[in-house]
Write a protein that binds this ligand. Structure first.
Ligand SMILES: *Cc1c(COP(=O)(O)O)cnc(C)c1O
Length: 367
């Protein structure tokens, strides 16, 4: 008996192998995978209690490079390799570059990443460095970086792996397939953070395909949230200098804007804006009451749920899935900052049980 036959469970094989029949791949496609996808859908009783809905969290920080970008990157890099690319390029606020660099390393390709001026989260930068990407910091914002990446890919021998590449969206739609499998149907609402709106578009596509083949009976209403200082879709105009602590969604001119508007219309969706203060409150709530640690951009899903629930837009008993897009260790500084801006540090104690018990306010149990 082979090890595989003996095992009662099997290893998840990454989204391309798991969903080969639902992606544009053939026997000629070299599959570049780090085992992405198959992430947990975690019931969140604390959020259900606050809202009266049945709330689940799709924890995308559990992907190989700790963000959902890996679902799209396995497709984008596999197709790049299939087409004979030697180098890939992306613009990135951090997670796309971390993912592109890792998958390119696996495939033996060169990766080039263009990052905007200033505050790229340290965790993400360290990943791109570790995986040996050529990192160029452009004196401009994300939108400038994407323009240049597209220009280079159009005119030089480098393959673009931003979410304007349709292979990215295709890979990312698999997250919706996993939700439908886990719940037995689509949820009533699906809430995601929105930057370039590629992921909002990808979930909508995945749910639409599941509905079309009869795996589900409905489309969820797609609710997307942008940071208040970076909310072009909500405002209906490009934001020239987007500003938010949630760096992964600091995008002023979303690449998938038009596709997202279609998804919004068809799903009877919603786009809302959330202040940085409420993003950080939700970040803390998710860590302290649900046990899930995310980067700030991800916490906007929680803040958006609470905002829509307070507005009476989420009926009692509705099934709600929140995607939390990236792991907290990407950008850990926010957990260490109190609301007043001071930094949390551990209380220093001597090597003394009684003194430590006193600091903890513990009374000795009678013998
Ligand atoms: C990329 C990213 C987003 C935004 O996704 P879009 O597809 O650009 O809308 C949100 N959160 C995290 C952690 C990300 O890495």
């Amino acid at each position: 008996m082979s090890a595989e036959e003996k095992s009662t469970s099997r290893q998840w094989r990454g989204v391309i192998r798991e969903y080969a029949d639902r992606l544009d791949v053939t026997d000629a496609t070299p599959i570049v995978t780090l085992g992405e996808g198959g992430t947990p859908l975690i019931p969140a009783p604390a959020l259900s209690a606050r809202t009266g809905a049945k709330v689940y969290v799709k924890y995308e920080g559990m992907n190989p490079t700790a963000s959902f970008k890996d679902r799209g990157m396995t497709m984008a890099i596999s197709k790049a390799a299939e087409h004979g690319a030697k180098a890939v390029i992306c613009a990135s606020t951090g997670n796309t570059s971390a993912s592109a660099a890792a998958y390119a390393a696996y495939a033996g390709l060169t990766s080039v990443v263009l990052v905007p001026d200033g505050n790229i989260a340290m965790g993400k930068l360290s990943q791109a460095v570790a995986h040996n990407a050529e990192i160029l910091q452009v004196k401009g914002n994300f939108d400038d970086c994407l323009d240049i990446a597209r220009d280079l890919a159009d005119n030089y021998p480098v393959h673009l792996v931003n979410s304007v590449n349709p292979d990215r969206i295709a890979g990312q739609k698999t997250a919706a397939f996993e939700v439908v499998e886990a719940l037995g149907d689509a949820p009533d609402f699906h809430i995601v953070p929105v930057g370039n709106a590629g992921n909002y578009t990808a979930y909508f596509r995945g749910y639409s395909e599941d509905l079309a083949v009869g795996n589900s009976t409905k489309l969820p209403r797609m609710f997307g949230f942008q940071a208040a200082g970076s909310a072009p879709i909500v405002r209906g105009e490009v934001v020239r200098n987007p500003d938010t602590i949630a760096s992964a969604i600091r995008i002023g001119n979303p690449a998938s804007w038009a596709l997202a508007l279609d998804a919004h219309k068809t799903s009877d969706g919603y786009f809302g804006a959330i202040s940085d203060t409420l993003i950080l409150e939700a970040h803390r709530l998710l860590s302290t009451e649900v046990g899930i640690f995310v980067e700030p951009a991800s916490a906007i899903s929680v803040a958006g749920l609470l905002e829509r629930s307070a507005a009476g837009a989420i009926p009692a008993g509705a099934t709600v899935v929140l995607t939390v897009t990236g792991h907290g260790l990407k950008d850990p500084q926010w957990a260490l900052r109190r609301a007043d801006g001071s930094t949390v540090a551990p209380t220093v104690v001597p090597v003394d049980t009684a003194e430590i018990a006193a600091v903890l306010g513990l009374q000795k149990v009678p013998a």
